[in-house]
Design a protein around this ligand. Structure first.
Ligand code: NAD
Length: 251
């Protein structure tokens, strides 16, 4: 089950956190992986080395997914130049710039929209043609429970992550006839560097609203990505898969 042998994956922001765990899980299931990173070349190279240890191909690709059309096209091109194809795209790169509505400045809003929404848009735009030609593909967008429920102090982040769900469903509809699926994962609170500095009160609030009562691990999210990337998930598209300990029980 969930064998990814022979598949080529591209994971944005793959050098740490969820992106790293997803890259490693894909490789463990047999995939070759292109690990995109923005600044930390040595962390990306470490992931590449770990994947090669497993006996699979890997490259790191420097590129800023918030850099617009050309930057995203260059990332996709580098992956295709290496592997000849990209079967699986994971739009994982994301940032937070938290502030209350009344205090949020233009840069905080713009940076989060550029990274968390425009980045995935341009990556989907760049990958669509090769996937359409191949008549197959898997697009996985990393949304968040904040995009489904809203979150005080995260108007920029929640807006971008909600927008990403709309993007996912639209891409799913537009590309479905060619065997391409697009789905979103909506994690709750997962232990990574992104969430390491969360104040204790906020952490407790999340725990209190999580029926399973604990914070998730990167492996919990990576397992969902493996499933959505697999042939077994061929009949699943336009969905939002919550990996959140039950925080959001959506219909
Ligand atoms: P993280 O900060 O550990 O990792 C994010 C990675 O994305 C970093 O390596 C960062 O350098 C990279 N990145 C950021 N901007 C980039 C850009 N413009 N171009 C290329 N790379 C860029 O965070 P994480 O916790 O692993 O989060 C990964 C994704 O999951 C994000 O989209 C985040 O919003 C989402 N998410 C995380 C949680 C959580 O609790 N950790 C919950 C819900 C959603």
């Amino acid at each position: 089950m969930f064998d990814l042998s022979g598949k080529a994956a591209l994971v944005t922001g793959g050098s740490r956190g969820l992106g790293r765990a997803i890259s490693m899980a894909f490789a463990q299931q047999g995939a070759d992986v292109a690990v995109n990173y923005r600044g930390n070349a040595s962390a990306a190279d470490e992931v590449v080395a770990a994947i090669r240890e497993l006996g699979h191909e890997a490259i790191s690709i420097q590129g800023d997914t918030a850099g617009g059309r050309e930057a995203c096209e260059a990332i996709v091109k580098a992956a295709i130049d290496q592997f000849g194809k990209v079967d699986i795209l994971v739009n994982n790169a994301g940032i937070t710039r938290d502030n209350l509505l009344m205090r949020m400045d233009e840069a905080e809003w713009d940076d989060v929209i550029a990274t968390n929404l425009s980045g995935p848009f341009w990556m989907c735009r760049a990958i669509a043609r090769p996937m359409l030609k191949a008549k197959s593909g898997r697009i996985i967008n990393m949304s968040s429970v904040a995009g489904r429920m809203g979150n005080a102090g995260q108007v920029n982040y929640a807006s971008a992550k909600a927008g990403l769900i709309g993007l996912t469903k639209t891409v799913a509809r537009e590309l479905a006839s060619r065997g391409i699926t697009a789905n979103a994962i909506a994690p709750g609170l997962i232990q990574t560097e992104l969430t390491a500095d969360l104040p204790d009160a906020a952490r407790q609030f999340v725990l209190d609203s999580t029926p399973l009562g604990y914070i998730g691990s990167v492996e919990d999210v990576a397992a969902a990505a493996v499933y959505l990337a697999s042939d077994e998930a061929r009949y699943v598209t336009g969905q939002v898969l919550g990996i959140d300990g039950g925080m959001m029980m959506g219909g």
